[in-house]
Design a protein around this ligand. Structure first.
Ligand code: PAF
Length: 295
């Protein structure tokens, strides 16, 4: 695996691959790699060659009171994982390479970026869209891979790629979970043993919502109420939101009549974690129809 630190060098390598008729698969990350990232790399290896991974902790997507300076990092461990995963190139630029003095441009995906995570973390998605577009411009991959755990991020990046007619397919891959259901996240490293146990409330709340929907509940207020009850019983958790939204617009829905997402965000000590579940409505000849939930 070749490790690349400059934009010009990365562009040159990407240009050469294209000149050879190769289609790159790209996995942008902020490091502290876990099995969720590795599942994106596996998918990239199946679809594309070369496989390029970036590690860049993007200052523009952190608010002033957030964990930019403390974001977990393990450069040597990450490098070994990427070697073992068969990655061809690691792009690990310093901040000044991506944001040189005088950098002024930002990308905003209107509407979608202001709700939920965007409301609690103002400017977060502007920072994400800006860096992702810049990385895609440097690497020019045929495919770029994102995890569904960050469902709003994935939706925003997909919208950006469509709006700007990017020649890159945005691939959104399933959530990878621990055996007890906790979604993998680099921020899980912040959890104390007691908080780690408590954090399974995210999964438990989603399961409770799923059971209610499978039993026929269609009023989102009631389903959200059940999830809040789960959190209320977990003293180490502080719920930011439990929402049900249209999978396309991310607008809240009142009744479950179409595909939607159940979204959760909560704090456990220093860790702020998110999770979600996709809900599809399946028609059953003349009856009320069922739901298929993907956790
Ligand atoms: O999901 C992440 O790790 C980051 O938001 C991303 C997409 C690498 C942009 O910095």
């Amino acid at each position: 695996m070749e490790v690349i630190h400059t934009v010009e060098w990365m562009k040159q390598v990407a240009r050469e691959a294209r000149a050879e008729g190769r289609l790159a698969g790209f996995v942008p990350t902020m490091g502290a790699l876990h099995a969720g990232h590795l599942s994106l790399i596996e998918a990239a290896r199946r679809d594309a060659s070369p496989v390029i991974v970036s590690i860049f902790v993007n200052p523009k997507q952190f608010g002033p009171a957030e964990d930019y300076r403390k974001y977990p990092g393990d450069p040597e461990g990450d490098r070994q994982k990427l070697e073992q995963a068969g990655v061809d190139f690691l792009f690990a630029p310093p901040v000044e390479e991506i944001y040189p003095a005088g950098f002024r441009t930002s990308v905003n995906v209107e509407g979608l970026a202001d709700r939920l995570e965007g409301k609690i973390r103002p400017g977060h998605f502007r920072g994400v869209a800006t860096v992702v577009l810049k990385l895609l411009e440097i690497v020019v991959p045929r495919f770029a891979y994102f995890g569904r755990k960050d469902a709003q991020q994935a939706r925003i990046i997909g919208q950006m790629a469509a709006d700007l007619a990017l020649d890159c397919e945005i691939v959104v891959r399933p959530i990878v979970r621990e055996p007890d259901g906790l979604a993998l996240s680099s921020r899980n490293l912040y959890l104390s043993p007691a908080e780690r146990k408590a954090a399974t409330v995210l999964y438990r709340a989603l399961l409770r919502a799923r059971s209610a929907m499978e039993e026929g509940e269609r009023e989102t207020m009631r389903i959200m109420g059940l999830m809040r009850q789960e959190f209320a019983a977990e003293p180490l958790a502080s719920l930011d939101y439990a929402e049900m939204v249209d999978a396309d617009s991310f607008e809240p829905i009142m009744r479950l009549t179409r595909s939607c997402l159940v979204l959760l965000a909560a704090r456990f000590g220093a860790a702020r974690l998110i999770d979600n579940m996709q809900v599809e409505i399946v028609e059953s000849g003349g009856g009320a129809g069922g739901v298929v939930c993907t956790l």
